[in-house]
Structure formats: C-alpha cells, structure tokens
Write a protein that binds this ligand. Structure first.
Ligand code: ATP
Ligand code: MG
Length: 200
C-alpha cells in the first residue's frame, strides 16, 4: 500500500501564526475588492498565515519531534499589526503581494523557535533576516513557457483602518504544505494556543 512504503516521504513543513477571525475576515473582504488583477492568485482565506519558520522538505520521521517542540513552547503573547501591501521582489516585476507585520514579539517567537530547533538538531537557521508578513496573493507567470511573473496593472490599494489595528496571534501551528496547481493546501499537524488569543 502507498501509505506503507519503505522509504519515508519528504514533507514540506513550516511553522506559522494563525490570524484571529476578525483580521482574517477583514483581509479577505479587502482582498475581494483589491486583489482583482487577472494576473493575481489570491491566497485562500483559510490559508492566510504568518510564517515563523520555513522548514522545507523534511523526513516524515522528524515530524513528531518538530510537533512536540511546537506544542512544548510556552509562547508569550505575540502582538502584531498589519501594514499596507507591498510587492516582492522590490526592484523587479512583482511575484507576490504581502502585508508586512512588523512585531518585536513575533520576531522573538521566531528566534525562540529557531534556537530550540537548532539545539534539537532539527533545523539550520537561515542567513537572511526574518521578515514577518502575511502573503495575500501570488502572481501567475506570463505564460508562453516563461517563468517571469505577468505584469500586474491593478495593484492592490491600502488596507482599511479597521484591519490595521493591533491584534494577538491566535495559535502557532506546524503545517505540511501540499503543493497543488490551484494553490498549496496547508494541513495542520501540531498546534499550540497562544495566551491572549485574538484580543486587542
Ligand atoms: P506555492 O509555492 O505553490 O505558491 P505556497 O508558497 O503557499 O505555495 P509553500 O511554498 O509550501 O507554499 O510555502 C509555505 C509557507 O512558507 C508560505 O508562507 C511561504 O511564503 C513560506 N516559504 C516558502 N518558501 C520559503 C523560504 N524559502 N523561506 C521562507 N519562507 C518560505
Ligand atoms: Mg512558495
């Protein structure tokens, strides 16, 4: 049977903060009005998240240890706030649009996780700085065999003030990302609720 193959399959893993419903709903409503350029592929509402640590392809037998580590983290409250959309990369054609979420608490959470994962031999820290953000749309390629992103002429406008209020991350989740043509699906594998979840 496929599920009992001798070779463990690699799983694409990442640890993320989930957003409170009110913020998720606000971002979704904004996106329905602003992420309308035909070149854009908006992130599904249920998939909106802030990536804390991208682990990449990992052996399936490491999942349990990573999940235990996530569940065991006595995470402090992570207060954050979303900012108006930016596109990346900055100096070339946009390949994605994201809402920056600058937050010392979230950066601390990132470093806390990375340190513990490194000590446990489960992850090697990336060289680049952590940039907390919520990706809201990706740009389709221009087609014709090119991998260059298509031009986005209707760039998304700013967020309404109601979405730019401070909030706490709801929970921290270890996800498996299943890459699919219509947009990746994220499957939760382990979760820990954060204190003060969703309150402002
Ligand atoms: P797709 O790549 O098919 O557009 P996706 O980006 O949603 O889908 P993944 O590539 O599995 O799915 O990424 C899962 C999460 O990890 C996303 O938040 C993504 O932005 C983030 N991520 C992916 N690659 C990296 C990376 N190299 N460094 C940091 N974060 C990453
Ligand atoms: Mg990706």
């Amino acid at each position: 049977m496929a599920s009992q193959e001798a070779n463990p399959k690699l799983q694409r893993l990442f640890i993320a903060l989930d957003l409170p419903d009110a913020i998720r709903d606000g971002v979704t409503a904004w996106g329905e009005a602003e992420l309308i350029d035909p070149a854009l592929r908006p992130v599904r509402p249920e998939s909106l998240h802030l990536t804390l640590v991208f682990l990449g392809d990992r052996e399936a037998d490491k999942v349990e240890a990573i999940g235990d580590l996530v569940r065991g983290l006595s995470a402090p409250q992570a207060l954050m706030k979303l900012e108006d959309p930016v596109s990346l990369p900055r100096r070339r054609r946009a390949s994605l649009f994201a809402l920056p979420a600058p937050s010392p608490a979230t950066t601390d959470l990132h470093h806390g996780l990375v340190d513990r994962l490194e000590v446990a031999g489960l992850h090697e820290a990336e060289k680049r700085d952590f940039w907390p953000h919520v990706t809201v749309a990706r740009v389709n390629s221009e087609g014709g065999g090119s991998r260059r992103p298509a031009a986005v002429t209707r760039r998304p406008g700013d967020l309404p003030d109601g979405v730019k209020v401070p909030f706490y991350g709801v929970r921290m989740t270890l996800y498996r990302s299943e890459l699919q043509p219509g947009g990746s699906r994220y499957v939760p594998l382990a979760q820990v609720e954060l204190p003060g979840a969703g309150q402002q």
